[in-house]
Unconditional design. Structure first.
Length: 157
């Protein structure tokens, strides 16, 4: 028998309350795309309840794919990643293609600046002149998600 005033060990009476609490805990750590939240919450909760709660959170402005995309892009740019890799990662996270394209439309000059900064932080200020080092830099930049046209421009002017 429970002592008076002891917390009940029963589950929440309303499953939506539990789903919302779990979603808010996840969002408190970092922004999530709606798709990410849905996947995580549906592991433990009813998909219909999850959908309803996510609709409510989106209406209240607590879940926003646009805000997630903005923050994700800024984070990946700081770490030196290029448009091809960022686009693929955002697709994996369920962000709408039109939203991805709108945020990645920085222009070739700006992407070239990010590429140059990524290469400089890893290999030094000047583009490499010998073939072996050029190949190494090219592989690094391809892995980071920069298009071949920008890599060629950086390496061979």
């Amino acid at each position: 028998m429970e002592a008076p005033g002891a917390p009940a060990l029963e589950q929440e009476a309303d499953p939506a309350v539990a789903v919302e609490a779990a979603a808010v805990r996840l969002l408190a750590r970092r922004e999530h795309s709606r798709h990410e939240l849905r996947q995580r919450l549906e592991r433990r909760h009813d998909p219909a309840v999850v959908a309803a709660v996510l609709d409510d959170l989106a209406e209240r402005g607590l879940v926003s794919d646009e805000r997630f995309t903005e923050q994700y892009l800024a984070s990946r740019l700081r770490r030196g990643f290029g448009p091809l890799r960022i686009r693929a990662e955002l697709r994996e996270r369920g962000v709408a293609p039109e939203l991805i394209e709108a945020w990645l439309d920085l222009g070739e000059a700006e992407w070239f600046g990010h590429l140059r900064e990524a290469a400089r932080s890893r290999f030094g200020a000047e583009p490499p002149r010998d073939a072996r080092t050029q190949a190494k830099v090219a592989r690094f930049l391809q892995y980071r998600g920069y298009p071949e046209s920008l890599i060629r421009r950086y390496l061979w002017g």
